[in-house]
Ligand binder design. Structure first.
Ligand SMILES: [Zn+2]
Length: 83
C-alpha cells in the first residue's frame, strides 16, 4: 500500500492517484492550462465572491466547449458531404 502521489493523504493500492486526484488529472487533461488559471484565480482569492467567480469561470468554459463542439460537428459534416 502506498500514498497517493498528489494529495499524499489517501492510501492507494494499485494506482499512483486516489479517486479524487484521478478526477483532477482528468480535468487537467481536458482543460489543460485553464485548470491552473482557475485554481489560482478562484482559490487564491479571498472568500468573498469566490463562488460567483467560480461559477462565471465554469460558465465561460462550458460556452467555449459548446462552441468548440459545434465547430467540430460542422467540420465532420463537411467531411461527410465531400465523400
Ligand atoms: Zn490523492
Amino acid at each position: 500500500m502506498f500514498t497517493c502521489v498528489l494529495c499524499e493523504k489517501e492510501t492507494v493500492i494499485t494506482t499512483n492517484l486516489c479517486e479524487k486526484c484521478r478526477r483532477i488529472k482528468h480535468l487537467i487533461n481536458l482543460y489543460e492550462e485553464r485548470v491552473y488559471e482557475v485554481l489560482e484565480n478562484v482559490l487564491v482569492r479571498n472568500t468573498e465572491g469566490q463562488l460567483k467567480k467560480e461559477t462565471q469561470e465554469i460558465s465561460k468554459d462550458i460556452e467555449k466547449k459548446k462552441e468548440y463542439n459545434l465547430r467540430s460537428v460542422k467540420k465532420e459534416e463537411i467531411k461527410e458531404s465531400k465523400k
